[in-house]
Design a protein around this ligand. Structure first.
Ligand code: PLP
Length: 409
């Protein structure tokens, strides 16, 4: 391990939860695809907000409300800078990736997609980027089309080019697959989609903490992500949307904050981004997300990506030596996810036996049942890495896996 890699794994010290024993063994947390742990600075920021500044935003004339509003809007600027959006107006706070995608399906979808139109997704989507489109199709008579994948878990690019047509009204693609780890070639896909006049929504839930994202450079129309997968709080997320698109979209939910004037003779709506933020928002969550972004930016996404790539290499090589282990998802370009099955062992049993040795992984269908169907499996075990993992975690995982298999086989 090089010195710079070593210094990245030192950030582990910032995560109090990682310092505990679970079932009598030091915790090895490899459930980062499901949710990430929180550094002390995020925990402190949430506590300080409730201890010192708690008030509603955008409405109070008093000092606490001004402080809460400044911190809330300050976090919006941090998000804007983090993904290089052109304006704060393009940053909508939501409950998470799922909520962001539902916002687009509901608002953009109903205004722009109808009978005979097509929405294009990939075969490796999370349910969050399938079901909202299926619901929209049911209501409008549009059709959902699916770009197939190969046995390595990569998109069939030629099929994508065949499927996109004048009927396509939206391309909705996952940036990084949570079930396979595949990084999709979104830049090339966006170029082709735009050549066909098709806007693109990217589900960035698994990418945002692992790959640096520049929405302007990539020319992304909508980008959705969750705070809890990037070391921030749960219940907070972001929808980035190009201002022109958001401006033209009708509101998603009605209520306080999203209006300009309300009267029984008619209501006018607020400007962006507030038009899409009805009701009291998750103020603490937003401010906590801002702290997580500061923290991540200080380490540097490119440093994180290089280190995690190294860790995934080590993990993959060691896992491949285990007799009967089959990796689900062997794309050329992957982030830090190892999805696998072992002959003669059920994924859930592997998960439980590892837990008894203090190792947390995810076992199941990963909310990606169509991916499971494609590989003719019901579930897989998944170890997913973050920058606070290290080679010691990998050795513990591999030796615990070997001892579990001795019991299972
Ligand atoms: N998309 C992907 C690729 C995911 O991995 C997840 C969560 O696992 C989601 C969407 C949904 O995220 P959330 O549950 O935070 O809304």
């Amino acid at each position: 391990m090089t010195n710079s890699f070593k210094s990245i794994s030192q950030f582990r010290q910032d995560f109090p939860i990682l310092k505990q024993d679970v079932n009598g063994k030091p915790l090895v947390y490899l459930g980062n695809g499901a949710t990430t742990q929180k550094p002390q600075i995020v925990i402190d920021t949430l506590r300080e907000y409730y201890e010192q500044d708690n008030a509603n935003v955008h409405r109070g004339v008093h000092t606490l409300s001004a402080r809460a509003t400044d911190a809330y809007e300050g976090a919006r600027t941090k998000v804007k800078n983090f993904i290089n959006a052109a304006s704060e107006k393009e940053i909508i706070f939501t409950r998470g990736t799922t909520d962001s995608i539902n916002l687009v399906a509901s608002s953009y979808g109903h205004a722009n997609i109808g009978q005979g139109d097509e929405i294009l997704v990939t075969a490796m989507e999370h349910h969050s980027n399938i079901v909202p489109w299926q619901m929209l199709c049911q209501r409008t008579g549009a059709t959902l089309k699916v770009i197939p994948i190969n046995q390595r878990g990569e998109l069939l690019f030629d099929e994508f080019k065949q499927l996109i047509s004048e009927r396509t009204k939206l391309l909705a693609i996952v940036h990084v697959s949570n079930a396979l780890g595949t990084i999709n070639p979104i830049e090339e896909m966006i170029t082709i989609a735009h050549q066909n006049g098709v806007p693109v929504l990217v589900d960035g839930a698994q990418a945002i903490a692992h790959i640096s994202v520049d929405v302007q450079k990539l020319d992304i129309d909508f980008y959705a992500f969750s705070g809890h997968k990037m070391f921030g709080p749960t219940g907070i997320g972001v929808l980035y949307g190009k201002q022109a698109l958001l401006d033209a979209m009708p509101p998603y939910q009605g209520g306080g904050d999203m209006i300009s004037v309300v009267s029984f003779s008619g209501t006018t709506y607020n400007d962006l981004p507030y038009k899409f933020e009805a009701g009291t928002p998750n103020i603490a969550g937003v401010i906590g997300l801002g702290a997580a972004i500061d923290y991540l930016s200080a380490i540097g996404l490119d440093n994180i990506a290089a280190y995690e790539h190294h860790l995934l290499d080590v993990l993959t090589k060691q896992a491949q030596n285990i007799d009967g282990l089959r990796i689900i998802g062997q794309a050329e370009h992957k982030t830090s996810i190892l999805s696998f099955l072992i002959d003669g062992a059920h994924a859930a049993d592997i998960g439980e036996l590892l837990d008894q040795q203090g190792i947390a992984i995810r076992a199941g269908h990963h909310c990606a049942m169509p991916v499971m169907e494609f590989f003719h499996i019901n579930a897989s075990a998944r170890a997913s890495l973050a920058f606070y993992n290290n080679e010691e975690d990998i050795s513990r995982f591999i030796s615990a896996l070997n001892s579990s298999l001795a019991l299972l086989r």
